[in-house]
Design a protein around this ligand. Sequence first.
Ligand code: SF4
Length: 454
Amino acid sequence: MSHSQKSDLFLLDQERTTWHDETLWFVRQKRDKAVYAVPEFQELRQLASDIKDHTLSRLHFYLQQFEENARRNGVHVHWAADADEHNRIVLDIIRSQGATRVVKSKSMLTEECHLNPHLIQHGVEVIDTDLGERIIQLRDEAPSHVVLPAIHLKKEDVGETFWQHLGTEKGLTDPQQLTEAARQHLREKFLAGEVAISGVNFAVAETGSVVVCTNEGNADLGVNLARVHIACMGMEKLIPRLSDLGVFTRLLTRSATGQPVTTYTSHFTRPAEGKEMHVVIVDNGRTKQLGRPDFRASLKCIRCGACMNTCPVYRRSGGHSYDFTIPGPIGAILSPNIDMKRHASLPFASTLCGSCTDVCPVKIDIHTQLYKWRQVLGQAGELPASKKWSMKLLSRVLARPGIFGAGGKMARHGLRFLPHGLTHAPGYNPWAIARELPAPPKQSFREWHAQTVK
Ligand code: SF4
């Protein structure tokens, strides 16, 4: 299904759609307050963008530097060309330990690689320990947002899920009691975990360490209790120096949730005595994106989710309508790189208003890239026939002032004299379901201009 078809399903529940829209807009407003409290925020954005540009331009050098330093620290470093290889490596490490119980903190990369189903299929119990992730794991759903994975659910939905899976009281909706139930349930899983998997927010080349940011402290608890830590990172997560980190930690959470800083910013540099630490560095299409000059900047993304919270399309269509691990504006740029045919509708799921570009803490030109993808998809023949032919027709009309003027006149008369029920019939004019046109003017601007300006 295309993005618009999936959005239709989300829009069936109008109450949920409005609530989803308003909740994310609330997060966007929190972001604005946090940003305005930092006078040098725009300088920080520029600096972060420059650091990422520099790192991407010398990625081979920084990857090697990171690997050398991590190995010197006693960390096992693995390289995965794609999702399959990543999953194989992680499973091999778990098997080499004779382990069957894994606790996992939030990682969009492992979602991208579909690690959980792979491990479960091979007899490994995987427990997501981030609260939002655990909720959707129990419901067998994908995250709908990179920072707020269960944002599409209401507390009533969570109460129902916990009643079914954790045995809580039926009808329980009190967030504090639900959180306490999750805490008790997860505590047992943490204690039983043999291997801890985490994502990576930043990897510091000069120290060979990885940095994980969480609000719940679940990555720290998992890693400290388990005997093996596997950190899974996309190869674009690198920053050159430890002194660069502060630039990003000041931007990340302010942009994501409006907090001044993430509650836990944990540095993992070497394994504790008697334990093991592994880092799996994953390509999975990133090199290809790096080789596309128009889209390379998308690799600067630090997954703050600000572009989703501000996007009028995402807020009213929900993350699942994107059918890609990373939804929203940035997902619409990343996804055609992975599978152009499957995700051809996503770059069109935008008004090109540019709000995503305005809030992006690393200054990715998101709406420009969305526009460029449309051209690439058109040239690659990936547009549906209806869009292709209507665009051809429109380009002919727009190129001929006479036809354009006559068309405008017909539309103005039609809108004035035809019955409203006909011009706005939802069956053939879905645009008008929730919109109203202004009253059509008596004359066009061109007619007015010809009469008025002599
Ligand atoms: S593209 Fe920018 S705003 Fe969107 S998630 Fe990435 S860093 Fe955040």
